[in-house]
Design a protein around this ligand. Structure first.
Ligand SMILES: Nc1ncnc2c1ncn2[C@@H]1O[C@H](COP(=O)(O)OP(=O)(O)OP(=O)(O)O)[C@@H](O)[C@H]1O
Ligand SMILES: [Mg+2]
Ligand SMILES: [Mg+2]
Length: 305
């Protein structure tokens, strides 16, 4: 198979692992910086070029699109989809996952539980928006944050109001959630590939910190999930249309709560904590799905042409 990885940096652990495993399994792999791909749009004739040469004959693409290139990266991915290339995570799914509000709305519609979440735009409504949530502490998050940046714990209502004012002043979209205290700074990262959780880790925040992100100093160890947690993780990935997803969950008094679903989850932490060959699972998904998905897309393109 000819596989493309959309990634800004060849040297990233996740990118490198995918390249190595794909080559080991006999595939031809290319890493394409999405910001160096340029496209031509025409009915029945969608094309992409990269550093002066046409990109052709790709069977499958793995998008690893960072927060800084969401718009352009997903546009390039969409072009590849329209050229009939298989992807486990399509552009629409990547866009939904990147937008925390949108993904929580989609998950709620499927009956999946999460910390109570509110948002509102007008400063005149802030008091009532917070009243919908209940008593502090509250967690205020940037809608498109990642690695725990822009996730703030406000112990008092006045602190929630100040943080909200600050985010509004920066024209940043945000959401406010109930704080799940009983999680005690620990969360679960469930790595879904296809319709299975292939690896899961429990991350514990460093002392004095409530965010269990490895980038914020958290430690990780392999986790054993309950059948319900597995089911929820798989359902969450499927609800957003993601074949590869990092589903973050908190263990709460009322059961597992989904925090977010990441469309380009890192491989380093999860492979180190669990010893699972997650990159291998992703390449195997491509092997089993790419052929299946190719045929109908190609037929559609020909009819449209
Ligand atoms: N409502 C909440 N109650 C308790 N802890 C929370 C809550 N929301 C977030 N956290 C903690 O903060 C961490 C970061 O939050 P979240 O996963 O929403 O943000 P992120 O920046 O997108 O992270 P990632 O790097 O995983 O993409 C969570 O892993 C969790 O430990
Ligand atoms: Mg995230
Ligand atoms: Mg997270």
């Amino acid at each position: 198979m000819k596989i493309a990885i959309l990634s800004r940096n060849t040297r990233l652990y996740s990118t490198q692992r995918l390249v190595d495993v794909a080559r080991e399994r006999g595939h031809v792999v290319r890493v394409l910086d999405p910001l160096r791909c340029y496209v031509r749009i025409a009915p029945g004739n969608m094309s992409i070029r990269y550093k002066g040469k046409a990109i052709k004959g790709i069977d499958a693409v793995i998008p690893r699109i960072g927060v800084t290139s969401t718009f352009y990266g997903t546009a390039v991915l969409r072009q590849l989809e329209m050229m009939g290339v298989y992807t486990p995570n399509c552009s629409d799914a990547v866009l939904s996952a990147r937008d925390k509000l949108r993904s929580l709305q989609i998950l709620a519609a499927k009956g999946l539980d999460m910390p109570a979440t509110v948002f509102g735009d007008n400063p005149d409504d802030t008091a009532d928006v917070l009243a919908m949530l209940g008593e502090p502490p509250h967690v205020i998050k940037l809608n498109e944050g990642s690695q725990g940046t822009g996730v703030v714990l406000a112990e008092k209502r006045s602190a929630s109001q100040s943080v909200i004012e600050a985010f509004r002043g920066l024209y940043a979209n945000f959401l406010v959630q109930e704080f799940i205290a009983e999680a005690k700074g620990t969360d679960l990262r469930c790595f879904v590939v296809g319709k299975k959780v292939v690896a899961a880790m429990e991350r514990e925040a460093s002392p004095g910190e409530f965010r269990a992100n490895i980038h914020r100093g958290a430690t990780a160890k392999a986790a054993t999930l309950s059948p319900e947690e597995r089911r929820i993780a798989v359902r969450a990935a499927a609800a957003l249309g993601l074949g590869v997803a990092g589903v973050d969950m908190l263990r709460s008094k009322r059961g597992p709560l989904i925090l977010e679903v990441n469309a380009s989850p890192g491989l380093e932490g999860i492979e180190a904590a669990t010893g699972v060959n997650v990159a291998g699972a992703i390449i195997q998904l491509l092997e089993s799905e790419a052929g299946v998905a190719l045929a109908p897309v190609k037929r559609r393109t020909q009819r449209a042409g």
